[in-house]
Ligand binder design. Sequence first.
Ligand code: DHB
Ligand code: MG
Length: 224
Amino acid sequence: PTHDDVDAFLTATLVGADPDGDAALAAQHAAGMPAIEVAPVNAKFLHLLARIAGARRVLEIGTLGGYSTLWLARAVPADGRVVTIEAEPANAAIARSSLERAGVADRVEILLGRGTDVLPTLDGGEPFDLVFVDADKESNTVYLDWAARLGRPGTVVVLDNVVRGGDVADAQTDDPKVRGARRGIEMLGEDPRFDATALQTLDRKGWDGVALAIVVDATASVPT
Ligand code: DHB
Ligand code: MG
């Protein structure tokens, strides 16, 4: 068996039938978006993290076609909120219709624009309980900084695509996405506002990984 067989078994057994998710994926692929959305097992992982955290307010940076957004929206209570930021209006329109079809659009707010422009407008609002960073990798450190600022001690932060087929271990790389992944990991290791780890993943998208962090009270001293 291959890792694709394992992915198929895990997806069929643990994620199961998901007509709304399938329709969301079909819509975004038909619209020509790249198939870079989170794998179903990964979407379910995010969903479970949000439930474990008791998240009521979730921030997603990078909506794409709304597939991860759908799974995050399913994790918050009916009066909860998922705020998701998308730079490409055509992507946001597809995401909106997929979320409507799934019956969760009322708890999702899609904000159009680049993260660097939209994130400052969220300053001063109620803190987010979970932040999923999955946008342009070059801006990872900017987005992680906003995740800490818009969160509170205890906020869960997830950073996608931190392994990139193993390239993250190459300190000499000039691939801007890999450099962004490296800088994101380095920031999570060095910045006193975070305590973090990362896991390598092998699913239908291949070899990649996800970093998981908690926002800590940077003014308290934490033994490491
Ligand atoms: C890319 C982006 C992603 O968010 C992802 O999950 C995989 C690949 C990319 O831009 O290459
Ligand atoms: Mg991603």
